[in-house]
Structures are given as structure tokens and as C-alpha cells.
Design a protein around this ligand. Structure first.
Ligand code: NDP
Length: 324
């Protein structure tokens, strides 16, 4: 018997309904995965609300998971029944079993559990491409990271520290700021009680940041632009507080000939080579201990709505998972 969360219409957490589903045999090039853990990500909220609409109903949200291969389709030669694999970016994750294209999963290396893999693939590969590809962070970089105690945030702060950067981290409340600091942030700002632009100016002595990573969106715009040096980079990679409204690109000129990008992980892991390069880099930093994956919440699959309430209610830190 297989189960999944389904969405029949866009809306609040209540539209996440638990249903029995039929999962067929894998087709050519596919595997069937019995999932042992499923990652919960902010993108799941955008899928649920329709901010990132899906083409038809019902659909199963969730873009990340891990588990055991229980069947392989024709032509699949590099995976076998019993292998433990993980994936990120393939919608349909909130399910006990599912089919996946074999070339979009990666084997989980020894020393990493399914739960850790499910918690880190999407957030960790995002941190990786943002820090290593979108902007090449190194010891000369001063960066600002918003929502640093969240899933992507806690991984990114640890990784940026390993790269030697000066990290200014924002988070909502003292407890979250303490977490970001212990993950390796050089400076922390409680953006609920402090004006983050003023604090960044103060911390950098007016020199500002080379790059600002902003997954908060509406609430931190355009303030984030005021934290960037002339010719620096604004990376708008998410919209936890809502999307940034349309603006005149002239603002980028006025604030110092800034660059802006709105990246998405899909383009950075589009080929099998880039997927493996990104995942392997992530596995390496986790196995070395440089990046610790903090799984702070585990919910039964049928309780996905509660996981969404907690995530949207800003109650979570680090990564959270569902267990089928
Ligand atoms: P988080 O665990 O970071 O949760 C979101 C956090 O955003 C909250 O904990 C909260 O932290 C902060 N936040 C600020 N304002 C709000 C608000 N109004 N409502 C809710 N939360 C708010 O989520 P993820 O790690 O899953 O994702 C982080 C961001 O990265 C998201 O925007 C997501 O869409 C984006 N993302 C982008 C990808 C890409 O390739 N472009 C891929 C993966 C994620 P606090 O209380 O500290 O403010």
C-alpha cells in the first residue's frame, strides 16, 4: 500500500490531504523508490499556495527525499534494488513510494543516513551553487545572508565559514541569532528588532558587502541593495515573506551599478555531471564535519500540514523532514 499527500486546489496548509495511491512499476530509465525520509522546503509552500503554480490537479508536493530502490526500469544499469539514493528538485516527494528518473538521483555515500540526505539535498545543493557558482566566495568576501538560522541558511553559514568569508547573518530573534553565530557567522543581526541596513553599515565601517544573499524577498527589499558595495551582487533566491514587487532597474544604477541575479537550483544541476559535482561537493563537506545538517523537526507524512504551519510560522530552524 502506498500513501501520498495530495493537493486538489491552491490554499493554506489544510489543502494538504493524505490519500492512498497506486504507484506502478518503473518505466524505461526510471526507478521506484521506497522513501524513508522526505525533506520539507519553503518551495513546497510556494507550490501549495500557487505562487509557483503546477499545471494540473491533483498533484503531490515535495521536491526532495531519500530511501531504498525497490525496482528498476529497463535500461537502468548504474542502480540496483537495495541501493540507497536521494534526490532534489523532482516534485511529487510527499509520498511513501514514488517513481523517479534514474539519472536524477544520486547514491547516498556510506556515513550519511537517509534522514540526513533527505534533509540536505535541496538546501545543501542550493547553498553550494550560491556560494561556489553564483558568486565565488573566498576569504576576501564579505557577505550578508538573510534568514541564516533556516534550512538553507544554517548550511550556507557553515560552508561560507569553511571558505573563509566574513559572514553577516540576519535572523528573527535572539535564539535564532545565537544559532547562526554558533554555525560560524562573524556578525549577527536580529532583523526583527534592529535595522539591518544600519547595522551592516556599522559592522563594515561603511564598506558594505560584496554580495547579499536574500531568500526573504519582499520584506528585505530594497534594504538589501543598500548593503551592497558599488558593482556588487544582489542574489535574490527566494520569497519567504512574499515576492519582490516589480521595480525599475534604474534603482541598481542609483545604488552603485549593482548586478542582480534571480537564480534557481535547476539550472545549476541541469546535467548529470553538474548534479553529481554539486552533490559530491555537498557530501564531502558533510562527511568532513565542516557542515553539520541540523534536523530539528520530524513529522509523520500525514502531518505535512503541521510541518507547513511551523515552517510558515517561522517556528522552525535548520531542516525539517517527513517520515512515511
Ligand atoms: P527556511 O528554513 O529558511 O524558512 C524560511 C525562513 O524565512 C523562516 O524561518 C524565517 O526566518 C524567514 N522569513 C522571513 N520572513 C518570513 C515570513 N514573512 N514568513 C515566513 N518566513 C519568513 O526555508 P528554506 O531553507 O527551505 O528556504 C530558504 C529560502 O531559500 C526560501 O526563500 C526558499 O524559497 C529559497 N530557496 C531557493 C532555492 C533556489 O534555488 N532559488 C532553492 C531552495 C530554497 P526568520 O524567522 O529568521 O526571519
Amino acid at each position: 500500500m502506498a500513501y501520498a499527500i495530495q493537493i486538489q486546489k491552491f490554499g493554506g496548509p489544510e489543502v494538504l490531504t493524505f490519500a492512498e495511491v497506486q504507484v506502478g512499476a518503473p518505466g524505461a530509465g526510471q526507478i521506484k523508490l521506497k522513501q524513508t525520509a522526505i525533506g520539507v522546503n519553503y518551495i513546497d509552500v510556494y507550490h501549495r499556495t500557487g505562487l509557483y503554480p503546477q499545471p494540473s490537479f491533483p498533484f503531490t508536493p515535495g521536491s526532495e527525499g531519500a530511501g531504498e530502490v525497490v525496482a528498476v526500469g529497463a535500461g537502468v544499469t548504474d542502480l540496483k534494488v537495495g541501493d540507497h539514493v536521494a534526490y532534489a528538485g523532482n516534485i511529487g516527494g510527499y509520498a511513501s513510494e514514488r517513481l523517479l528518473p534514474a539519472d536524477r538521483v544520486v547514491k547516498i555515500p556510506a556515513g550519511i543516513t537517509d534522514q540526513t540526505a533527505a534533509a540536505m539535498m535541496l538546501q545543501g545543493m542550493t547553498a553550494r551553487y550560491l556560494l561556489r557558482k553564483t558568486y565565488k566566495v573566498d576569504q576576501d568576501t564579505t557577505l550578508l545572508w538573510h534568514a541564516a538560522a533556516g534550512g538553507v541558511g544554517l548550511i550556507a553559514v557553515q560552508w561560507a565559514k569553511k571558505l573563509g568569508a566574513t559572514i553577516i547573518a540576519t535572523a528573527g530573534g535572539m535564539e535564532k541569532c545565537t544559532l547562526a553565530k554558533s554555525a560560524g557567522a562573524t556578525h549577527v543581526i536580529d532583523y526583527k528588532s534592529e535595522k539591518f541596513v544600519d547595522r551592516v553599515k556599522e559592522i563594515t565601517g561603511g564598506r558594505l558587502c560584496d554580495v547579499v544573499y536574500d531568500g526573504v524577498g519582499k520584506d528585505t527589499f530594497p534594504g538589501s541593495l543598500d548593503c551592497i558595495k558599488p558593482l556588487g551582487l544582489f542574489v535574490s533566491f527566494g520569497n519567504a515573506s512574499g515576492p519582490i514587487e516589480a521595480f525599475n532597474p534604474g534603482i541598481l544604477a542609483a545604488k552603485g551599478s549593482l548586478y542582480m541575479t534571480r537564480p534557481s537550483m535547476g539550472a545549476y544541476v541541469a546535467t548529470r555531471e553538474t548534479l553529481h559535482e554539486t552533490a559530491n561537493d555537498l557530501f564531502d563537506v558533510v562527511k568532513s564535519g565542516a557542515v553539520r545538517i541540523s534536523v530539528t523537526g520530524s513529522y509523520a507524512l500525514k502531518d505535512a500540514a503541521q510541518a507547513h504551519r511551523d515552517l510558515e510560522g517561522r517556528k522552525t530552524t535548520g531542516s525539517i523532514i517527513l517520515v512515511p
